[in-house]
Design a protein around this ligand. Structure first.
Ligand code: SG5
Ligand code: ZN
Length: 255
């Protein structure tokens, strides 16, 4: 019914959610040859990302993604015209056979993608901000497979079995969220887009980092093979197809 949506229904999202038919939708394919180098794009500066074990965070399988709720003390303090407060982070992934990032680069899809969702501090909360034109800033980065285990990602991935059922959540200890993002925050792409899920509000100032994050094959497999939807279905391939640009410009912070 209305309000419910699935990734395998994405071509019909707009019948229940009109914004999904808009002309500034996300994700997109980032064409690095036409991205426009902008010397005035400032590096992203984060504040308060260093959480401690006393900060307890809820980690949830909501049937669409793996979602980590963040305290309202984490901010982007530079990189935009306003300050943005972190609300949650989540992931998009595929299977061992099918990569599952949402953005693609020169037509290439990466194994997975992390999104850290922030809202403009001039609004009360995420819900208020989500429908405002200047409401949201999402930081996105690609996950690839590397030789070594990524210790920082184990803060989340080691608890996956405890949220394998849909709608289950657990409390995990805070840690330095900065380390879930690439070490280089100066090289990124920037464009105006939308939420990549219904209701597809066109209110997101997107930053997609050029550098990737590496996790081990085993860690990626845990993300791909642990979470369930309902009784029998694996939560996988939770990515939306690339959307048309309709004349939008993609900026890059680097040559
Ligand atoms: C996530 O992507 C979460 C949303 C998030 C969207 O998959 O969607 C779901 O899990 C559906 C329930 O987070 C929430 O809904 C929080 C409970 O949407 C928002 O953050 C809305 C403000 C879309 O975010 S994304 O564009 O970065 N992929
Ligand atoms: Zn997302």
């Amino acid at each position: 019914g209305k309000g419910h949506w699935r990734y395998d229904d994405q071509n019909t999202w707009s019948s229940d959610f009109e914004h999904c038919n808009g002309k500034s939708q996300s994700p997109i394919n980032i064409d690095t040859t036409t991205a426009k180098y902008d010397t005035r794009l400032p590096a992203i500066e984060l504040q308060g990302y260093e959480l401690s074990a006393e900060d307890k965070l809820s980690l949830k399988n909501n049937g669409h993604t793996l979602l980590l709720n963040l305290p309202n003390t984490m901010r982007i303090i530079r990189g935009f015209d306003n300050e943005f407060v972190a609300a949650q982070l989540h992931f998009h992934w595929g299977t061992k056979e099918v990569p599952g990032s949402e953005h693609t680069v020169d037509g290439l899809r990466f194994p997975a993608e992390i999104h850290v969702v922030h809202y403009n501090s001039k609004y009360e909360n995420l819900g208020e901000a989500a429908s405002q034109p200047d409401g949201l800033a999402v930081l996105g980065a690609f996950l690839e497979i590397g030789r070594q285990e990524n210790a920082e990602y184990n803060n989340i991935l080691s608890s996956l079995a405890d949220v394998s059922s849909e709608e289950s959540d657990i409390e995990i200890d805070g840690f330095n969220i900065r380390f879930l993002l690439p070490s280089n925050l100066e090289r990124f792409f920037r464009y105006n887009g939308s939420l990549t899920t219904p209701p597809c509000f066109q209110t997101v100032n997107w930053t997609v980092f050029n550098d990737t994050i590496k996790v081990s094959r085993k860690q990626m497999a845990a993300l791909e093979e642990t979470l369930k939807i309902g009784q029998n279905e694996l939560l996988t391939k939770n990515f939306r197809a690339p959307q048309l640009l309709f004349g939008r410009e993609v900026l890059s912070s680097f040559k």
